[in-house]
Design a protein around this ligand. Sequence first.
Ligand SMILES: Nc1ncnc2c1ncn2[C@@H]1O[C@H](COP(=O)(O)OP(=O)(O)OP(=O)(O)O)[C@@H](O)[C@H]1O
Length: 243
Amino acid sequence: MENPIVEVNNVSMMFRLYRENVDSLKEFLIKKVKRQITYEEFWALSDISFQVNKGESVALIGRNGCGKSTLLKTIAGVLKPTKGSVHINGTVAPMIELGAGFDMDLTARENVFLNGAILGYPKEMLEENMPAIEEFSELHQFMDVPIKNFSSGMLARLGFAVATIYTPDILIVDEILSVGDYRFQEKCHARIHEMLEQGTTLLFVSHSIDQVKKVCNRAILLNQGHMLFDGGVKEAWNRYDSL
Ligand SMILES: Nc1ncnc2c1ncn2[C@@H]1O[C@H](COP(=O)(O)OP(=O)(O)OP(=O)(O)O)[C@@H](O)[C@H]1O
């Protein structure tokens, strides 16, 4: 039997919620040293465990703030869980906060190199793929324009084009398909399907049942940081509806 491609073992995530109202880092540090800073512990994820096998497409569903993005970030390695562990058996392309590493003062082309480097792609690979990125993002005449002049849809197109230049073992998609116009969303879906056909495993967050039904064969329902259900998409959505 093959090893699972993603293993999430008893993952819990705690954030400190600071209640103090401080105006500067200096004031914060002084208060911290004097132990005048108080915080509340907030558990965004509590004891989550599941495994994903190669080729599965799994949706994470649940209400706003239930912990979906936090869970994806621990799987992508962006956040280290407070307790538990995550094991990944392959390459990961995280599409979380697309273009989070963009610099607004740089041009689209310069940002391809910047964002590509953050994603760990070699410079030569980015140079080689520049025509494909221009083509997919449909930003031809805008490639040498500073991106501060771009619309949110244009930024999403650029971010998606950079993130998908190679076919990863695991693709992590967080809500990004809600950005961009309908035609571009369809293009993103087509690209994701192409990857799935090549054996990519998908972890997907979306608030749209139609999108989840289109791409996923399994869904995990979260509620206030707890895992309530793991199984078929239809049943997961029925349970979500009755929360
Ligand atoms: N860095 C942080 N510091 C403090 N609290 C955080 C931090 N990141 C997330 N949270 C809190 O953790 C909880 C889960 O957030 P998360 O973004 O994972 O939810 P979500 O299910 O993805 O929500 P949405 O559907 O609105 O995107 C929320 O209550 C959020 O406020």
